[in-house]
Design a protein around this ligand. Structure first.
Ligand code: AMP
Length: 188
């Protein structure tokens, strides 16, 4: 099973993806986490990406597709994955379809976590204190939310046309969202 968790920054994608990884044995693949690991290791790619990420804009398709390819080819083809923060463009979505099709797999569900902006601001402020992410500032959040709206308007229709897009209320507690996610995943 391959699932995409789609939603704005701080919608809870990472938290829910980690729960799904544990409970369904899916590999959690977060391009944001992969990029932050490159930054922590001070690689050339990490340095390039950090400058873009700190503004809240998207890094290039080439970078994220390249990063995710090795993971998809080794893990998703075995037991499936939960994608968190990827894809963010139609080019990324198409590249992912091709990677999965090479091992006879496809995306089963795209679950969109919906949450109001007011709640996101509070969550970003909390995460900034807890994790110290350099892009968790109010200025970067505005850019990230604008970026989200424009890439969601591009990517979601791609999946709606495939009839695999579903919406979940992301404003409830972690436990309730997790239960709702289970119900949705197990429903068909
Ligand atoms: P995230 O942790 O998913 O919120 O991602 C943090 C930042 O990493 C984003 O604001 C982008 O700058 C970059 N990023 C993560 N995933 C992608 C992606 N699929 N495409 C482009 N940029 C990405």
């Amino acid at each position: 099973m391959n699932i995409i968790l789609f939603g704005p920054p701080a919608a809870g994608k990472g938290t829910q993806a980690k729960i799904l990884e544990k409970e369904y044995g899916l590999k959690h693949l977060s391009t944001g986490d992969m990029l932050r690991a490159q930054i922590a290791e001070k690689t050339e790619l990490g340095l390039q990406a950090k400058a873009v990420m700190d503004t809240g804009a998207l890094v290039s398709d080439e970078i994220v597709i390249g990063m995710i390819r090795s993971y998809v080819e080794s893990s998703s083809c075995v037991k499936g994955a939960v994608f968190d923060g990827f894809p963010r463009t139609v080019a990324q979505a198409k590249a992912l379809d091709i990677m999965l099709s090479k091992c006879g797999k496809s995306i089963d569900k795209v679950i969109e976590l919906q949450i109001e902006d007011d709640q996101l601001i509070g969550r970003i402020q909390k995460r900034a204190l807890e994790e110290g992410r350099s892009d968790d500032t109010i200025e970067a959040l505005k850019v990230r939310l604008d970026a989200y709206r424009s890439y969601a308007a591009e990517v979601l229709p791609y999946y709606k046309a495939k009839h695999i897009h579903q919406i979940l209320d992301g404003m409830k507690s972690v436990e309730i969202v997790s239960q709702d996610l289970h119900t949705l995943i197990d429903s068909n």
